[in-house]
Design a protein around this ligand. Structure first.
Ligand SMILES: Cc1cc2nc3c(=O)[nH]c(=O)nc-3n(C[C@H](O)[C@H](O)[C@H](O)COP(=O)(O)OP(=O)(O)OC[C@H]3O[C@@H](n4cnc5c(N)ncnc54)[C@H](O)[C@@H]3O)c2cc1C
Length: 428
């Protein structure tokens, strides 16, 4: 079995095959698993990248039938049943699990790819943190000629955008205020721009309003019903003609499926997700399973399964069952996604939680639930212990330990990474 992607879905698929009489190879372009839900805390200096990532080879130390390799997959030869790697090597498979996740969607807004920061990897998060700290350094040295150094714009009012904006506000007002006593941090602006007329559109409306009020109390300017029209190195232009002078735009406005789907030459949905059958198999190729953010899996009512971690994890478990059923010549089970609810945190001791059936939780209780769930889901005891200690430290001291500037002000456009331009076309 070859599994492409050591994210939530791919890892779960590989681990669920631990007892099967199979050889499993997990191939990922990075040498580590990334716990994406906590990346915003790396970007806002609350956690280290090491706390939210885990070396993939280490994950399989105790799984005798599995190995992990680092390589970028650029195509799949469906006829010859081989995965094609960037260096030209091929990995033959009997069963293939494609779990390459998603990439940032710029929705064609000019300048986003060149000037905005995405948030999909530890490198992205470190680039944001480095850049933010650099802005303060430069402002203190009087380099804010045309303004905008201390204005931080976040596009997208979903959970990632809300968490990012709240994280920026806390970092600036609690920590950088003391790091840069010469700067009046009240001059700093954090602006959250959302195209819809409310935040957290997938949550109950009252939770969106709660998040909005809470962010505003933290000093975040929330602009609803507002679209970003263009981005330059020094400004964000809104659709109503307003221009915000800034050097920092974090693009949390959406994702699309990984372009690996295009390389397969199979049917894709509007978001570029690979259309799969009810067992998550590629039509015409029952030996290929597509899971997680990359798959257009459907619920019984025809709606799309959401691109969230629990859905990818459940799909990973399911993919393993389908492979085992195939080995036993049994029919493939149908995938059924079980909604476990959604949650987002809004700074210190506040979160919004919506459970299946509509039960909601907010405030401190929601926050404790959020902390507990994320701790449980993290991989590795060391990571859990580190995160717990960091959170306790941050909570008690209002400090944030991870404020290293590594490298120069990285002028990366992180969205250029993994955008699929090296992918090969269909081979079947
Ligand atoms: C900032 C952020 C915050 C989020 N917060 C939440 C949250 O709070 N709750 C929630 O439920 N969901 C959250 N999500 C969504 C969740 O992380 C995804 O739904 C989930 O990771 C999807 O799992 P996956 O296995 O499909 O893909 P991923 O976990 O994205 O894994 C894909 C893997 O494929 C690898 N890969 C990509 N291209 C290649 C290639 N060409 N060759 C080899 N390997 C490749 C990548 O390196 C990666 O390791 C968040 C996402 C982001 C970006």
């Amino acid at each position: 079995v070859v599994v492409v992607g050591a994210g939530f879905g791919g890892l779960r698929a590989a681990r669920s095959l631990a007892r099967a009489a199979l050889d499993v190879t997990v191939v990922d372009a990075r040498n580590h698993h990334t716990f994406q839900p906590l990346l915003y805390q790396v970007a806002t200096a609350g956690l280290d990248a090491d706390d939210v990532c885990y070396a993939t080879r280490g994950i399989f130390h105790r799984q005798a039938n599995a190995r992990a390799i680092r390589a970028r997959v650029v195509g799949v030869d469906l006829d010859r049943r081989a995965v094609v790697l960037a260096d030209g090597d091929q990995l033959a498979y009997d069963h293939l699990v494609l779990a390459a996740g998603g990439v940032t969607a710029d929705f064609g807004v000019p300048g986003v790819v060149e000037h905005a920061f995405g948030l999909k990897s530890a490198a992205d998060a470190i680039a944001i943190r480095t850049h933010l700290l650099e802005q303060f350094e430069r402002y203190e040295r009087g380099h804010d000629g045309d303004g905008g150094l201390l204005t931080f714009v976040v596009a997208g009012g979903g959970p990632t955008g809300v968490e990012m904006a709240g994280g920026f506000a806390e970092l600036i007002h609690h920590v950088l205020r003391r790091d840069f006593p010469a700067i009046d941090v009240r001059r700093a602006r954090v602006v959250l721009v959302e195209a819809q007329d409310r935040l957290l559109a997938t949550f109950a409306p009252k939770l969106g309003r709660k998040a909005e009020r809470r962010l505003e109390r933290m000093g975040v300017e929330v602009l609803l019903g507002t679209q970003v029209a263009e981005v330059t190195a020094r400004s964000v232009l809104l659709a109503d003609g307003t221009s915000i002078g800034t050097r920092t735009l974090v693009w949390a406005a959406g994702i699309r499926a990984h372009p690996l789907g295009h390389a397969l030459g199979c049917e894709l949905d509007r978001g570029g997700r690979v259309v799969v059958d009810e067992a998550l198999r590629l039509p015409g190729h029952p030996e290929v399973l597509v899971i997680g953010d990359l798959a257009a899996a459907r619920n019984a009512d025809g709606s799309l399964v959401p691109q969230v971690a629990p859905a990818a994890i459940q799909a990973g478990e399911h993919a393993a069952k389908v492979i085992v059923a195939d080995l036993r010549s049994e029919p493939a089970p149908t995938f059924r996604y079980r909604d476990k609810g959604s949650m987002a945190t809004i700074g210190r001791h506040a979160a919004v939680v919506e459970l299946p059936g509509g039960t909601t939780m907010t405030g401190f209780l929601g926050w404790v639930g959020w902390l507990g769930l994320h701790l449980v889901l993290l991989i590795g005891f060391r990571n859990r212990a580190n995160v717990l200690v960091n959170w306790a430290w941050n909570y008690l001291t209002f400090d944030r330990g991870s404020r290293l500037i590594v490298g120069e002000d990285l002028p990366v456009a992180p969205m250029l990474q993994g955008d699929g331009r090296d992918l090969q076309g269909p081979r079947s």
